[in-house]
Design a binder for this molecule. Structure first.
Ligand code: CA
Ligand code: CA
Ligand code: CA
Ligand code: CA
Length: 520
């Protein structure tokens, strides 16, 4: 018995048979009680047993079907456009390709990603929307439990009534449920067999109800966003909300940023906390480099001013401007959520901008540790990086050339791919706390040597082990006083008969990954 053999040679680490997984291939699952040993040490010791040919750890799989099961998904040409709606095939944001990497739910560290939407007419009971809840606030006890300055802000905040209930299904008063439509374009729940999917279909919306729109309400709304993210940053994620984007699908027509400096300055303040602001360009087909607009023309570098494009990749009936308008997102007749657990087709920049907010949530959910560290240590740099991932990877089309700062339309897959490439380039250098890693180069049957590349994170003695298929140590080769760095080295004088071998590097009580190789 393998468990008996293993357990007899280990004082506290023990393994126990869980079940047989494949009788055809003699594959078993074991529970491991590590008691001080690391995963890699247990693996190392298991490979010493001649009965063990291969081991692996159990892990949760994710399904790779990136077309969600929502019944109306085929109507969402903005996400995947096959041309059947009369548009041009692929005039879309390639959401299906991007969702393999992230759906805007959490970071790889498990932090819930939050999209703040400042708007009016939220239906908090909509079957296809997922609203964030403030777990550190007890609702309706008339106390400010999380000490953020807002009493009972469990569901978000209502600026109009100055209370913690942002729900308002009065469609007559609030633009037909404008906030409900914006929320769904950003983050309607995907893969729930209902309605549609938002861009960040695993994401959470933090609703902030404005009421009748005056500039002072906007300042108050952003103040709530600021307080929640400040609390998140200062508590290292224990309270507040990890707001990565705030969407504003409203504005002051013909207003000058010079007359609205208080409002405009808030985008830089939020940016410094790590928040990208997505704003909707006016629904007027004019050049906003020559016409005034707030907030679109506010000069913040943490803002993405979004216009509306059609299913033919043209600018819809909406604003543009090489300096002031940044990107297009498809929103001429897109299918979104409607108050009363309903769905409807809407048009306008109001539903373009939230798709960019949703895209930022997806980027955070696909970001590697090195990006998340930047976002934590220097939130302003994190926000600037995310804005760049969106704008520098827009899909350039003739109709957007010289009309938008990015010359293009949002492409979620391009942006996610840029995140992934950035992560590759930012692979931890050993001296920055990387892991002991082996990268296979080759075995030369004439010179009888293995060449291998390795990351050596901490100076010391390096010992290479080569095991045969039965786990017997064939070679132990050491080199003293290796400084930290990346090396390509040779293990000489090997006289390996043909067969299957495993190579592991040990140093400073750590083991590397195991490389398998075959000698012909
Ligand atoms: Ca596509
Ligand atoms: Ca509170
Ligand atoms: Ca409370
Ligand atoms: Ca859905």
């Amino acid at each position: 018995m393998i468990s008996e053999k293993f357990n007899n040679t280990h004082a506290s680490c023990k393994i126990y048979v869980a079940e047989e997984l494949s009788d055809a291939m003699n594959i078993w699952s074991y529970n491991v009680h590590y008691n001080g040993l690391s995963k890699i040490e247990v693996t190392h010791d298991l490979y010493k047993l001649p009965e063990i040919l291969a081991t692996q750890f159990n892990a949760k799989i994710s399904f790779r079907n990136t077309i969600p099961n929502d019944p109306d998904f085929s109507l969402q040409w903005n996400l995947v456009n096959d041309g059947h709606s009369g548009g041009i095939a692929d005039a879309d944001i390639d959401a299906d390709l991007a969702w393999e990497y992230g759906i805007g739910d959490t970071t790889i560290k498990g932090k819930t990603i939050v999209i703040a939407i400042v708007d009016a007419g939220f239906d908090l009971t909509h079957e296809d929307l997922s609203f964030w809840k403030n777990k550190n606030e007890i609702p309706n006890d008339l106390l400010d439990n999380d000490n953020n300055g807002y009493i009972d802000d469990y569901d978000g905040w209502n600026i109009e009534l100055n209370n913690g209930n942002p729900h308002n299904a009065d469609v007559v008063k609030y633009g037909g449920g404008h906030a409900t439509a914006a929320s769904g374009s950003a983050a309607a729940i995907g893969n729930n067999h209902k309605g549609i999917a938002g861009v960040a279909y695993g994401g959470k919306v933090l609703p902030i109800h404005l009421g009748p729109v005056y500039a002072d309400s906007v300042v108050k709304a952003y103040n709530y966003v600021i307080k929640m993210r400040q609390l998140y940053n200062s508590s290292k994620g224990d309270s507040g909300a990890f707001i990565v984007a705030v969407n504003s699908s409203f504005g002051l027509d013909n207003a000058s940023p010079n007359d609205n400096t208080v409002w405009c300055n808030m985008y830089d303040f939020m940016g410094n906390l790590g928040i990208v602001s997505t704003v909707a360009a006016p629904n007027n087909p004019f050049d906003f480099d020559v016409k005034d607009d707030v907030p679109g023309n506010c000069p913040s570098t943490f803002m993405i001013n979004t216009t509306n494009s059609t299913n033919k990749d043209e600018i819809g009936n909406a604003g543009y401007g090489k300096i002031n308008v940044d990107i297009a997102a498809p929103a001429t007749g897109i299918f979104v959520t409607k108050t009363g657990s309903a769905y409807a087709s809407w048009t306008g920049t109001s539903f373009a901008a939230p798709q960019v907010a949703g895209a930022i949530a997806v980027l955070y959910s696909s970001a590697c540790d090195s990006i998340l560290k930047i976002c934590q240590k220097n939130p302003d740099q994190g926000a600037a990086l995310m804005r760049d991932f969106i704008l520098k990877n827009a899909e350039v089309k003739p109709a957007f050339q010289d009309k938008l700062s990015s010359n293009g339309r949002l492409n979620l897959f391009n942006s996610v791919s840029a995140v992934k490439n950035y992560c590759k380039e930012a692979l931890p250098h050993p001296s920055l706390g990387g892991k002991l890693m082996l990268y296979w180069t080759g075995y030369n049957n004439t010179s009888k040597e293995v060449t291998v590349n390795y990351d050596f994170p901490k100076s010391g003695k390096a010992t290479f082990y080569i095991y045969d298929i039965l786990g017997k140590t064939i070679v132990e080769y050491s080199a003293e006083n290796i400084l930290e760095g990346n090396y390509t080295g040779v293990i000489p004088d090997l006289n390996l008969s043909s067969g299957f071998y495993i190579l592991i590097l040990a140093a400073n009580h750590n083991f590397s990954n195991a490389l398998k190789f075959v000698v012909d």
